[in-house]
Design a protein around this ligand. Structure first.
Ligand SMILES: [Zn+2]
Ligand SMILES: [Zn+2]
Length: 889
């Protein structure tokens, strides 16, 4: 048999086993119509993404589910992929170009796209390798990229379908515009920050009479785009002015004063400037009054020709100049500080410019209704359940989804404009001519679709939709969508809407949401705080299994997770504990085989010894609990229970007891079958959580078993343990609970009274009903508690203790530890005398110091007081030492 290394070195076996699994093709499921498959489509990480702990958590949780279902014998598919990440990738490539002093316009769309593809290819390989490092058992033969031909065709098909149905439309709307990325952003892509700005009170001269009307605004530079001043119709201050006009300063443009109920009379002066092209509320007001829109900015947020002498100025420079010029003309009444919420691009943090523009939208209301219904009638359930309400709230108030992006990297919008007749051709395949007039003078829309549009189709586009494929038939609807709660709306909600619309079926039965990862003090991890843990570094230092353990043990769905060095170390300690326990068992199989008949079978019959009955009962209880917990998605708790059983019951108790039995010659049946059986089951239970060490140990165990030729080739495809309800053994559990309690409390008493580890102490155990069972365990109590002589007696024999003794009152027994047995009087006396000497010496030292004049005159009072305090404590200690010594005489 191959020698088992003393220390476990994860780096030496991880890649070996991953490659073995890959070569064996275990990650690719066999389609079996007789069986219901288990399917997870991996949330595709952004191709720009470096692997961070969030990915590690996603990978671990999904791998746990997938490995578990695979071991249960279900055809299991975990489909991996990557997202092209529109803006993020475009920003990366633009940075590459900028380093060469180029912009994307210098090289053109085709060359730009080629660069992005090259970069994405490399990055995808890197990301896939990182998944492998984490042990992800996903089916690489089905690996997908959002820009692949299949998913791209799905995107165009959905666009055309929704357009034909009237659910996609083009419209002028106020959108969030990022002047740096130069694209529209959806509401979800905007971060709102509270900013201390100013409220500027500007005077607009009245056209028909003397005087002004004063408006308050945070963005004075937009006044070139004003098309009216609005007041509340009930506002008596302005009633007489409604219907009249004002003259915009500088550009001398006449605009009307209108009344609109949306105006809040208590804000500013109660009169609002209306700038419909640059403000969402004003856009609506203008719509109600049929007023025109004036766009005053270029895409890069510089002022355009509508601003006369200000044209070309950057927006904030323009603001300063407008304010200065109005002040010179006496048209600036005052400036007040003002705290308000301002949108920022969540990619580049540039301040958003609300701007009217022609964009493509999805009319989401009808889609949302179906998606709400699917969750209401229970076809889709969300874990944890509290997110269901959040989902309903958002879905019920959903706004139309702006899907066009002014980028070059992504799915091009499948719309062609005709230069001859002006009509649109919307088509899945590239048309040669206009569908309406047959002209070949057609050009495609230059925009691309929001990245989330293709992600929303991910559950079915990856399985071949719109083609009617075998994969789609068999694997759709999928089983679980596992992802962070932070993208419930971005992604999960949209997948439900479009999955239902495209296939008529829900995309998945269960949404499992995990929390965010924080540091050990529950602080958010960020580069600024310097508390980020790099998963690759963690793997190099602790091993993959330890990282997976740290990420998932004890976790609850939807709750944030704290992760620090302590947890990683705990993971590594557990791995080492398992390694050492297994090493002992494997070694025992080898040595027992030399002694006599080898281990004949791993099947354990009905156990005879109490301790065998106990571990067998406990193991089955664990298997039963783990099964139930896994079914209800409580993976963290399941892992916690496996951990506790393995560490404490199995390693600390059963194996220690087994060692004693193995040392005595054949008096009891060998514990080996139970050691082997329990280890085998524990490895299987743990495999989904810690795939590498369990495979390594399982293979070493298998080598040594008589039935190895009938065993699976890998633990990955071994059956997941099923509980045997017959094994529950309350009698054995009660006895061993008592035995463990006895040993533990004697050990505690020894520690408390500083009894030397190798010293034997006398102990008497009194009990009644359990007497005969506990008596059978006397040898173990004796060895493990180092208690000798040990008497196990009936309670009726108990008399009042004559000598000094420690009495431990436990659940079902009393333990009496005679004082004389615990403490060696001579040694104790020696110890106390030594302590007395040390104490006396220190007292003398302090006294000398306090009698020293130089010290008393120079030292500050609080130092002197402190020294006096010390003296007092020492004198008190001396007194107690004397009294203890006198008791020993
Ligand atoms: Zn931006
Ligand atoms: Zn035409």
């Amino acid at each position: 048999m191959s020698e088992i290394p003393k220390a476990y070195e994860p780096g030496k076996i991880e890649r070996k086993w991953y490659n073995f699994w890959l070569e064996q093709g275990y990650f690719t499921p066999k389609i079996d119509p007789a069986k219901k498959p288990f399917v997870i489509i991996m949330p595709p990480p952004n191709v720009t993404g470096e692997l961070h702990l969030g990915h590690a958590l996603t990978d671990t949780l999904e791998d746990v589910m997938v490995r578990w279902h695979r071991m249960k014998g279900e055809p299991t598919l975990w489909l991996p992929g990557t997202d092209h990440a529109g803006i993020a990738t475009q920003v990366v490539v633009e940075h590459q170009l900028a380093r060469q002093g180029l912009t994307k316009n210098d090289i053109g769309r085709a060359k730009f796209s080629q660069m992005a593809w090259e970069w994405a290819k490399e990055s995808r390989e890197n990301i896939n390798y990182q998944h492998q490092m984490l042990g992800a058992s996903c089916d690489w033969t089905r690996d997908c990229f959002t820009l692949d031909e299949g998913p791209s065709k799905a995107v165009r098909t959905v666009f055309v379908h929704l357009y034909d149905k009237g659910l996609i439309y083009q419209g002028e709307r106020i959108i969030n515009w990022c002047p740096r990325c130069q694209t529209a952003l959806s509401d979800l892509e905007v971060d709102h920050k509270d900013i201390m700005g100013h409220l500027y009170y500007m005077r607009y001269p009245l056209a028909e009479e003397e005087g002004f009307i004063t408006v308050a605004t945070t963005r004075p530079e937009t006044f070139f785009g004003d098309i009216a001043v609005a007041v509340n119709p009930e506002d008596n201050r302005y009633k007489a002015l409604v219907g009249k006009s004002v003259i915009l300063p500088v550009i001398n443009k006449k605009i009307p004063i209108i009344a609109d109920e949306a105006v809040d009379p208590s804000f500013g002066t109660g009169a609002l400037k209306i700038t419909p092209a640059h403000d969402p509320t004003d856009f609506e007001v203008a719509g109600r009054h049929n007023l025109p829109m004036v766009n005053i900015m270029n895409p890069d947020a510089t002022m355009n020709e509508k601003t006369g002498p200000y044209a070309g100025l950057e927006r904030f420079a323009c603001r300063d100049k407008v304010v200065a010029d109005l002040r010179d003309k006496g048209l600036l009444e005052k400036i007040e500080p003002y705290m308000h919420s301002v949108g920022h691009c969540n990619r580049c943090q540039t301040m958003i410019e609300p701007k009217v523009s022609l964009q493509w939208f999805v009319h989401t209301k009808p889609l949302a209704e179906a998606a709400i219904k699917a969750a209401k009638d229970g076809r889709i359930s969300i874990i944890p359940q509290r997110f269901t309400k959040v989902y309903f709230d958002w879905m019920e108030n959903i706004r139309d989804w702006c899907i066009s992006r002014q980028l070059w990297w992504g799915h091009r919008i499948p719309v062609w404009y005709c230069q001859s007749c002006g009509k649109l051709t919307v088509s899945v395949n590239e048309p040669l001519t206009c569908r309406h007039c047959g002209s070949n003078q057609i050009t495609q829309d230059t925009d691309v679709l929001d990245t989330w549009f293709s992600s929303a189709l991910w559950t079915h586009s990856t399985l071949g939709w719109p083609e009617d494929t075998e994969d789609l038939h068999y694997f759709y609807p999928t089983s679980v969508m596992e992802t962070g709660y932070d993208i419930l709306f971005f992604w999960v909600a949209r997948m439900i809407m479009l999955g239902l619309e495209d296939t008529g079926q829900i995309p998945f039965h269960t949404v499992y949401l995990h929390g965010l990862i924080r540091d050990e003090n529950s602080e958010k991890m960020s580069k600024l705080r310097g508390n980020v843990i790099n998963p690759i570094e963690a793997i190099n230092e602790y091993g993959i299994d330890a990282l997976r353990f740290a990420l998932t043990t004890g976790g609850c769905p939807g709750n944030d997770i704290s992760l620090g060095k302590g947890k990683l170390e705990a993971g590594r300690n557990f791995v080492n504990k398992l390694w050492n326990a297994s090493r002992f068992i494997l070694h025992t199989i080898d040595t027992e085989a030399l002694k006599g008949p080898a281990l004949e079978t791993t099947e354990v019959g009905k156990p005879q010894c109490i301790e065998d009955r106990w571990i067998h009962s406990q193991l089955n209880r664990l298997i039963n609990n783990v099964g139930k917990l896994m079914e209800s998605f409580q993976f963290g708790e399941a892992e916690q229970q496996i951990y506790e059983f393995t560490w404490s019951k199995f390693c600390d108790w059963y194996i220690e007891i087994a060692k004693i039995r193995l040392k005595s010659d054949g008096a009891t049946p060998s514990p080996l079958p139970y050691l082997v059986n329990t280890l085998g089951k524990v490895l299987c239970l743990l495999h989904p959580f810690m795939p590498f060490i369990t495979e390594e140990l399982w293979q070493r165990l298998k080598q040594r078993l008589p039935n190895k030729s009938q065993m699976p080739t890998s633990i990955m495809i071994a059956p997941y343990p099923i509980a045997d309800s017959e094994s529950t053994d309350p009698e054995a559990e009660r006895t061993m609970d008592a035995v463990i309690e006895i040993i533990r409390s004697i050990r505690n008493a020894r520690a408390q009274h500083k009894v030397k580890p190798n010293r034997w102490i006398e102990a008497r155990v009194y009990t009644d009903e359990l007497l005969s069972y506990i008596a059978l365990q006397a040898k173990f109590i004796q060895t493990l508690a180092r208690a000798h002589p040990l008497l196990i007696l009936n309670r009726i024999e108990r008399k009042a203790e004559k000598e000094k003794a420690l009495v431990l009152v436990l659940k079902e027994v009393e333990v009496v530890l005679p004082w004389a047995g615990m403490v060696d009087p001579l040694a104790e006396k020696e110890r106390l005398i030594k302590q007395r000497e040390v104490t006396q010496a220190r007292i003398a030292q302090l006294n000398a110091r306090l009698r020293n004049d130089a010290f008393i005159t120079k030292a500050p009072t609080h130092i002197i007081e402190k020294e006096k305090g010390k003296l007092h404590t020492l004198e008190d200690k001396l007194e107690r030492l004397e009294s203890e010594l006198s008791q020993l005489d």
